[in-house]
Write a protein of this length. Structure first.
Length: 147
């Protein structure tokens, strides 16, 4: 008996989502460690997996559009397998999107902290300039450059 191409595509899709879930974990580590180059590599790998997912989705989409009809045509065993794969896909997708949402929040917090640090450095520089000006007068050169 040849395997149903839709179920095979669903299984490949689950495998892709598992890879994405692993990459999301690696991504989190790189974000926490501020490893920009490594993060870019992970994002490139994720993009490649997303392209594989798009291929699988092209195969699955027609069956999803008429899921009731399609699933009714399957044997009980195949229907159970298809449903199991869909449930796992949803769970993995939720896990990945939750992790991505947390990563976005972490990066936004880091950006805000960096902005505060930059502003504090600017303020400190201005305070130092004002102090120097008050303590030592203007910044006019005392050297006669006209000879």
């Amino acid at each position: 008996m040849t395997p149903d191409p839709i179920i095979a595509a669903l299984a490949q899709q689950v495998a892709c989502y598992r890879k994405l879930a692993k990459l999301a974990g690696i991504q989190r580590q790189h974000i926490q460690n501020s490893a920009t180059e490594a993060l870019i590599e992970v994002l490139q790998k994720r993009q490649a997996v997303m392209e594989q997912l798009a291929e699988q989705e092209r195969i699955i989409a027609p069956a999803k559009q008429r899921w009731s009809e399609y699933s009714a045509s399957l044997s009980d065993e195949s229907r159970a397998k298809a449903e199991e794969l869909l449930v796992e896909t949803r769970a993995l997708l939720k896990r990945i999107t939750d992790a991505d949402r947390e990563d976005v929040l972490a990066m936004q917090q880091r950006k805000l902290n960096l902005g505060r640090q930059i502003q504090q450095a600017k303020t400190a520089r201005q305070v130092n300039r004002n102090y120097a000006k008050a303590a030592y007068g203007g910044t006019q050169s005392r050297m006669d450059l006209q000879t």
